[in-house]
Ligand binder design. Structure first.
Ligand code: SF4
Ligand code: SF4
Length: 70
């Protein structure tokens, strides 16, 4: 059972700057080999802190149901 119905989704234009990694209070984001940020699906609660902090504005907050349908 997930803690929230929302989850952060990283867009393709992520520049792997690491700002979101530092911003997430739950440490739910990691950088994959310097290429792109990745959100832990079980840890993220969709609070949106990372989304507001991302300098490239590439993090969206989505419904988990929508994410799972893809
Ligand atoms: S803050 Fe934005 S651009 Fe930087 S690593 Fe996170 S998602 Fe990518
Ligand atoms: S939405 Fe909140 S919990 Fe999820 S990755 Fe972003 S800062 Fe962390």
């Amino acid at each position: 059972m997930f803690k929230s119905k929302k989850i952060a989704k990283i867009g393709d234009l992520c520049v792997a700057c690491g700002v979101c990694v530092k911003e997430c209070p739950l440490r739910a984001i990691t950088i994959q080999t310097g290429i792109k940020a990745k959100v832990c699906l079980t840890t993220c609660v969709g609070c949106g802190k990372c989304s507001k902090a991302c300098p490239a504005s590439v993090i969206g907050i989505c419904d988990r149901e929508v994410l799972h349908e893809r």
